[in-house]
Design a protein around this ligand. Sequence first.
Ligand code: CA2
Length: 144
Amino acid sequence: MKILVINGPNINMLGIREPGIYGKQTFADLLALLEETAQEEAVTVEQFQSNHEGAIVDKIQAAYGCFDGIVINPAAYTHTSVAILDALKSVSIPAVEVHISNVDAREAFRQISYAGMYCEKTIKGQGLEGYRQAIRYLKEKYGK
Ligand code: CA2
C-alpha cells in the first residue's frame, strides 16, 4: 500500500516557535515518525511539504493512479483553499486530514476546513501522533 503524506505551509518550521501550540517536536521528528510508522505498518509512505498552494494541487493530481491513500495537513490552506478541496475530489483517493493542534479550541477562522469536506476522517489535537493514527486508519481500511 502506498500512502502520500502532504504538509502545507510552515509545517517545516515546527519546533522553532509556538511550542505551546504545536509542541517542541521538529519537522525532522515528523519525518522520523513517518518512516517509523511506514515500517511498523508495512506500507510505503512518501512525504511532500510545500509552502505553495499550486504545488500542493499539482502533487495531489500526480497522486492519481499512484497512491492508495492520502494523509493531508494543509496547514493555513485548510481554512482557505477550495483548490485543494477540488484537487482531492478530482483524484478520489481516500484521504485523512490531520491537524497537530486542536483547531476546535482556537480562533474562529480556523473552524472551517475545506479539505475536511472531502476527507473521510479528521484527527486533531494529537500532536505528531495524529499522523501515525491517520496512516494506521488508512492501512486498516484500505490496506492490501
Ligand atoms: O494544527 C495544525 O496542524 C495546523 O494545520 C497548523 C497550521 C495552522 O495554520 C492551522 O490552523 C492548524 C500552522 C502550521 C505551522 O505553523 C507554525 C507557526 C509557528 C511556528 C512553527 C510553525
